[in-house]
Design a protein around this ligand. Structure first.
Ligand SMILES: Cc1cc2nc3c(=O)[nH]c(=O)nc-3n(C[C@H](O)[C@H](O)[C@H](O)COP(=O)(O)OP(=O)(O)OC[C@H]3O[C@@H](n4cnc5c(N)ncnc54)[C@H](O)[C@@H]3O)c2cc1C
Ligand code: SF4
Length: 445
């Protein structure tokens, strides 16, 4: 159930290392050492599931009015007004712009970000960026798992306060460590994060390369997942100077073949435990303009104040958006997480397997939604087999991408009535925290 967050390695004093495997980075004993893990590594492991209601209460002092988005104060559609930051960002560049603002205002001394291209061109790793240039160099999304929380080892020695960008499981783990009073975690005073639907194993890139006649990751000189104008394209440059390029909606065909297990078992799409979370503003009105638009969620008081000041200084453009409109932009993915993941976890448990425990579950999921899940999960199961993965590489990319996109749209339209039915009003039942999950102390932001 490892989500590849990296927390255990980050707390292990070098005795545990995240090792690359076909199923993402996994913790393993560092050769020549005896693993030494503090209890906090166990308590803050998101693979087991962390108690979201308790973490939310600790952060916001209350439970959400709407569990699809979590606790929030304000919602906007926006983008950075700095052209380079907007263009180089995954959507509107709001995360990068906010980090730059925090650094320039002296509110932080560094930012934990993910830098694509390190240590190898196809890999990515967490770094502490100390300058504006370093923050900007880490913009855009990385769709393969990166064990960001290994950085906690470096944070322990860092002098000053930090901002942090992480995926929902990484953020939940960090928040749990903060609850536990972990000194390194408490140096992080700002938590930002993207909305996260799915990520894919590195094998997805290998498959894409093979489809294009490139046999090895070693041939990659540069890789960017969201290059060019929003929504951007996957762009890979090889050492021989060849440039492979696929539009975002076309290379999404890789998702059913290589989706990570943690994407299937995560219930947090909007990064509910951050100060600020940001997603793509998927709406025909914005997509037609390209340029880059984000949906921006301010969840804490400090986030609201900072975004208001950035707006005042003309650094960002932020237009308020109704909750219903913001949710409608991501209806399918919200359903995938807030109902689909719970169905998938129930199936795992029924089959005698372990599944994460998030401390809450939907009160009711209609039978029609269970039927849709049988179709979705069957597609993932078939597409994830070795034979089908290799067969798909025989189809020319020029046909595969557009064909997948058309099928995706048809499936979305066909399943929309069932997926949206009852979603907006879905009620959740809070499970009592097991003793092992009880926070020692709740600290509001
Ligand atoms: C795996 C993944 C899946 C996503 N799925 C969706 C989705 O389904 N729907 C949707 O609307 N949006 C999704 N997003 C969010 C979207 O791609 C943008 O990240 C978001 O809109 C923020 O855009 P921005 O221009 O403000 O970010 P930028 O200004 O480009 O900044 C992005 C920041 O995120 C950090 N980052 C990038 N990748 C990772 C990573 N893997 N782990 C930790 N930090 C990272 C970078 O270091 C950078 O600081 C996803 C993002 C990721 C990483
Ligand atoms: S989920 Fe994170 S803390 Fe848990 S085992 Fe995996 S890397 Fe370690």
């Amino acid at each position: 159930m490892c989500t590849h967050c990296g927390t255990c390695a980050g707390l292990s004093q070098g005795t545990v290392t995240m090792r690359e495997t076909p199923w993402g980075p996994q913790p393993a004993p560092t050769p020549g050492t005896q693993p030494q893990l503090p209890e906090a590594a166990w308590l803050a492991c998101p693979g087991r599931g962390l108690h979201y209601p308790e973490l939310t209460r600790a952060m916001a002092g209350r439970l959400p009015d709407n569990w699809l988005i979590g606790c929030y104060r304000q919602l906007w559609i926006g983008y950075s007004n700095v052209p380079d930051i907007r263009r180089n960002g995954a959507s509107g560049g709001v995360i990068t712009q906010t980090l730059v603002y925090l650094l320039e205002q002296g509110l932080i001394d560094g930012a934990i970000v993910v830098r694509q291209g390190q240590p190898r061109p196809w890999q990515a790793e967490a770094v502490i960026a100390r300058t504006v240039d370093e923050i900007c160099a880490a913009s855009q999304s990385v769709y393969a798992p990166v064990p960001v929380n290994t950085i906690l080892a470096q944070v322990a020695d860092f002098q000053g306060s930090l901002a942090y960008v992480g995926l929902p499981d990484q953020v939940a783990s960090l928040r749990r460590l903060q609850q536990l009073g972990h000194p390194a975690a408490n140096k992080i005073t700002w938590v930002l994060g993207p909305y996260v639907g799915t990520s894919t194993y590195t094998a997805a890139i290998e498959s894409y390369l093979r489809s294009n006649g490139v046999q090895s990751l070693e041939e990659i000189a540069r890789l960017r997942y969201r290059e060019g104008e929003w929504p951007g394209y996957l762009q890979i440059t090889t050492h021989s100077g060849r440039v492979l390029r696929a539009e975002k909606f076309y290379y999404n065909y890789l998702i059913p073949f290589y989706i990570t297990r943690s994407s299937l078992l995560s219930v947090d799409f909007t990064n509910e435990l951050t100060d600020i979370s940001v997603g793509d503003a998927w709406h025909p009105r914005f997509e037609a303009q390209r340029a880059g638009f984000s949906v921006v969620v301010a969840r804490s008081q400090q986030a609201e104040a900072v975004l208001a000041d950035m707006q005042h200084q003309g650094l960002v453009d932020l237009q308020p958006v109704e909750l219903s409109e913001a949710l409608a932009m991501h209806g399918h993915m919200l359903d995938f997480k807030k109902r689909g993941a719970f169905i998938r976890m129930a199936w795992l448990k029924a089959a005698g397997h372990a599944a994460p425990d998030y401390g809450y579950h939907p009160a009711h999921i209609p039978w029609s939604r269970h039927l849709v899940e049988i179709v979705i999960s069957s597609i993932f199961a078939v597409c994830g087999t070795y034979t089908v993965r290799r067969l798909v590489e025989l189809v020319p990319i020029g046909i595969l991408g557009p064909a997948f996109n058309t099928l995706r749209k048809r499936w979305k339209d066909a399943s929309k009535p069932i997926k949206r039915k009852g979603l907006r009003d879905i009620a959740f039942v809070i499970d009592p925290p097991a003793d092992r999950m009880n926070p020692p102390q709740a600290t509001p932001l």
